[in-house]
Ligand binder design. Structure first.
Ligand code: SF4
Length: 210
């Protein structure tokens, strides 16, 4: 098993172990924390389906090119794993565990199954990736779509970019405070993101940098 899959599996198991251990009310509290984010993801998915569904199906799915799912090493944030685990059933979680454990010789993403991505709610990096040719085609057909996409990308920062209090940081902190550690906790480990938090703390945009 390579480092990437090992990190993914370790994180998945840690999150599942914690979620299995907490009362239902606590689990609901975590789900409630993600309400606005899930609404954002629903609107983003609707946008992508209406403006890119046909293009991506033709260019990548039917041709089996899957250009945007072709890496074993796509970035997943710790919060991606948590939110997906909160939404998924045991069978879906087991499917992720099994593909991570299986020998992987394909050049495509380890999570790419026959029917598409195995995550119930795919990682945010994947959701927000659009290749240049798809954007050129969709935006030339519908010029208003470009501005909508810009707004969605901006909105995404409100959940992931720690120059203010954001869900992705809060979920990491929640698990850190309960003794969980993961290499996917980028908002608490990446030097670049820690610098953003320090600057935000200096401006008073977040309470303090942790
Ligand atoms: S996690 Fe899912 S959406 Fe992202 S690259 Fe892998 S298969 Fe594609």
């Amino acid at each position: 098993m390579n480092d990437y899959r090992n990190e993914q599996l370790t994180t998945l198991n840690a999150v599942l172990a914690h979620l299995a251990d907490i009362p239902e009310a606590e689990r609901r509290r975590l789900q409630d924390l993600a309400t606005d984010y899930l609404d954002f993801r629903r609107r983003t998915a609707d946008f992508l389906q209406s403006h890119f569904g046909g293009i991506c199906r033709r260019e990548c799915y039917e041709s089996r090119r899957s250009a945007c799912c072709s890496k074993d090493g796509i970035i997943t944030f710790f919060a991606d794993v948590v939110v997906n685990a909160l939404l998924s059933d045991a069978r879906e979680m087991e499917a992720l565990i099994q593909v991570l454990k299986a020998p992987h010789t394909d050049f495509k993403c380890v999570y790419l199954g026959r029917q598409g991505c195995l995550w119930r709610l795919k990682p945010i990096v994947c959701e927000m990736f659009l290749c240049d040719s798809a954007k050129a085609e969709a935006f030339s057909r519908s010029p208003g779509a470009k501005e909508k996409w810009r707004r969605l990308r901006n909105e995404k920062k409100g959940f992931t970019w720690p120059d203010r209090p954001v869900l992705f940081d809060a979920l990491e902190r929640y698990f850190i405070d309960r003794g969980c550690d993961s290499p996917l906790m980028y908002l608490h480990q990446s030097p670049g993101l820690l610098r953003i938090k320090q600057q935000a703390a200096a401006k008073g945009n977040i309470d303090h940098e942790r």
